[in-house]
Ligand binder design. Structure first.
Ligand SMILES: Nc1ncnc2c1ncn2[C@@H]1O[C@H](COP(=O)(O)OP(=O)(O)OP(=O)(O)O)[C@@H](O)[C@H]1O
Ligand SMILES: [Mg+2]
Length: 211
């Protein structure tokens, strides 16, 4: 039966998307439906949820061009203290999108490929991935080469206006200083592109790892 065949193909695609989304274990269980909410995270969860819904529609359009989603820009940069739940919210977006058949990927900046020539292809892949959550910017070892790789990805996604979530512990100005400290002026360039690509949203609250 063709309907049955389609269902099998859909679930095979879903499985492939889950396998390549960069989330494992309990992170695959992070959903907007089950996320704990309080006065600190309620607004940002609502915002990222509506962003993810908008991205789902964007991905389904025949000629996807960014035309201003609910965040106003193609992406959102969440900044705030450790444990506030930034990565969890990013994972909720990835799981929701993958569940709807959209290729979304969660990537920690510490896992960004950077060391050898093979990295070039891997970086191009990341740059072109339809939806990217770039997690924990500023936690990576900031060699000049590492920042060049980050620049490549963020500049490419800014050009393409590709839906992107970034998380970081750093407020914008210190983040720029931190990235500049590795040399080559990447801090200014990266922050400028991040401002073009993302709405900057603070996420406060207690360290949920200690609750
Ligand atoms: N809304 C939520 N609902 C349920 N659990 C949550 C929620 N937010 C965070 N958590 C839990 O708290 C832990 C810490 O959250 P998370 O890793 O997202 O923090 P973070 O802001 O990314 O911290 P860091 O800046 O240190 O990376 C998660 O592993 C998860 O178990
Ligand atoms: Mg995190």
């Amino acid at each position: 039966m063709s309907g049955g065949g389609q269902t099998t193909a859909d679930s095979a695609r879903r499985r492939a998307l889950i396998n390549s989304c960069g989330l494992t274990g309990r992170w695959l269980l992070a959903t907007f439906e089950t996320a704990e909410r309080d006065k600190h995270n309620r607004a940002v969860i609502a915002m990222i949820r509506s962003w993810a819904r908008w991205v789902r529609g964007w991905a389904e359009s025949p000629n996807p061009v960014w035309a201003g989603g609910p965040a106003g820009k193609p992406g959102v940069l969440m900044y705030g203290p450790p444990g506030a739940g930034k990565s969890w919210i990013g994972a909720c977006a990835v799981n929701m999108l993958v569940d709807n058949g959209v290729a979304a990927r969660f990537l920690r900046t510490v896992d960004m490929p950077k060391h050898d020539t093979e990295a070039v292809e891997a970086l191009a892949d990341i740059e072109r991935t339809p939806v990217l959550v770039l997690d924990d910017l500023g936690a990576e070892k900031r060699t000049e080469r590492a920042l060049e790789c980050l620049y490549l990805v963020i500049d490419g996604r800014a050009h393409a206006e590709a839906p992107t979530i970034v998380t970081t512990n750093w407020r914008p100005d210190p983040l720029m200083g931190l990235l500049n400290a590795a040399g080559a002026g990447f801090g200014d360039k990266l922050l400028s592109r991040l401002h073009g690509l993302c709405e900057f949203v603070p996420v406060g609250g207690p360290d949920r790892r200690k609750l």
